[in-house]
Design a protein around this ligand. Structure first.
Ligand code: NAD
Ligand code: ZN
Length: 357
């Protein structure tokens, strides 16, 4: 048995209003007059109050607004990296990602690609990154994915959707300021929040569970319930903490059947992570029976209408393509079933599952 030895975020600030400390955090990195910082910011914040609060030094820094209508791609990462390289022959002293999982993943990937040559598609996989990244900071403005805590940056590449998984991917610093998640529209808040709830369920129900993962998942799930069921007055702080802890839980365990199915839906039909997970979870009664009522109750409580009958009438080839992607998620199925997962995860079982979606 070989135990995981993984990198965690070494520095973090948590608290309402803590975004104001970003300038001070960056000042510690700015050592020479021509040092510069790259800001990678979700363009949903363009023209909003957050824009005027960005500690951008106009004379030297570069601000890149990013569009996350589609999930991040290797092409987008390489384009952003090139923009930074054209801006200066020097490396930046920090890359700051401000937004949701998509924006934080873009910032992580750019910080890695500035020091690793050849384009991001080359590094999709596990531990392929050779050189440490440029210092990078993550600041979530929507909570649930746990991308602020994780060692991956998920990218859609020429062949597959797969992360740049490495110890170097982990942020050097995160700032968790729950004021920043206040304006998220309800549907998106729910879908991204459920990503966290699902991380906890898959971790707790998986065969990889140990006391490290359990401790984080149980607490994170409790916080999710306070947010989505009890409507706690401190729900923004609680969701932000739940997201981080859900990410820590799966760092030592793994996600499961829901993420495997969701990856199939994402790759073939383009469903984004949060909503794709909700669509998938809704048909996983056999896998997570004890959690179905809670999940459907939360959907009802927040008036969430998931798309219906998406796969019912799709051509067999399309279903087969989704089955293939889903089946290829070996570590996820190993978490669900243990070593013998290949006997259980058959085309027939998955085809039936997709037809119910
Ligand atoms: P997102 O980053 O895709 O953003 C979702 C939507 O919310 C976007 O329209 C965005 O503009 C908007 N938004 C963000 N902040 C807002 C705010 N404060 N107010 C209003 N709107 C706001 O959402 P997400 O669910 O956080 O991230 C999903 C992405 O994260 C996917 O690309 C997925 O692959 C990735 N992901 C990464 C990890 C990881 O560990 N790296 C884990 C899970 C998911
Ligand atoms: Zn997830």
């Amino acid at each position: 048995m070989k135990f995981k030895n993984f990198q965690v975020v070494p520095k973090m600030i948590f608290g309402r209003g803590s975004f104001a400390q970003l300038d001070e955090v960056l000042a510690a990195e700015r050592k020479h007059a021509d040092d510069f910082v790259v800001f990678v910011v979700d363009n949903v914040h363009q023209g909003k109050p957050l824009e005027s609060r960005l500690p951008v030094k106009k004379a030297q820094d570069i601000l890149l607004w990013v569009d996350v209508t589609d999930e991040p791609t290797t092409v987008q990462v390489d384009g952003l990296t090139e923009q930074v390289q054209q801006f200066s022959h020097k490396l930046p002293v920090s890359v700051v990602g401000i937004g949701g999982g998509a924006t934080m993943d873009l910032a992580k990937a750019v910080s890695l690609m500035l020091t690793n040559e050849g384009g991001s598609a080359k590094y999709q996989g596990w531990d392929l990154i050779k050189n440490p990244a440029v210092h990078h900071i993550g600041i979530p403005t929507i909570s649930g994915t746990g991308a602020e805590a994780s060692r991956t940056a998920v990218l859609c590449g020429p062949e597959r959707k797969l992360g740049l998984n490495s110890d170097y991917t982990v942020f050097n610093q995160i700032i968790m300021d729950s004021e920043l998640i206040a304006g998220v529209p309800t549907d998106q808040w729910f879908y991204t929040g459920m990503d966290c709830w699902i991380h906890c369920v898959e971790s707790l129900e998986g065969t990889f569970l140990n006391e490290f993962s359990r401790a984080y998942a149980e607490k994170s799930l409790e916080l999710c319930r306070e947010v989505f069921i009890e409507n706690d007055p401190n729900k923004d702080d609680k969701l932000m903490m739940a997201s981080f802890m859900g990410g820590m839980s799966i760092a030592y365990s793994q996600v499961g059947a829901c993420h495997a199915v969701s990856y199939g839906l994402a790759y073939v039909l383009g469903y984004h992570h949060g909503i794709g997970n909700c669509i998938a979870f809704n048909v996983l009664d056999e896998f997570y029976p004890e959690y179905m009522d809670e999940f459907r109750g939360m959907m009802k409580q927040h008036n969430i209408q998931l798309p219906q009958n998406i796969c019912k009438d799709l051509p067999d080839e399309t279903i087969a393509a989704m089955v293939k992607v889903t089946k290829s998620m070996g570590p996820l199925w190993a978490n669900v079933y243990g070593d013998s997962w290949q006997e259980k995860v058959t085309d027939e079982m998955l085809t039936k599952l997709f037809r119910r979606i």
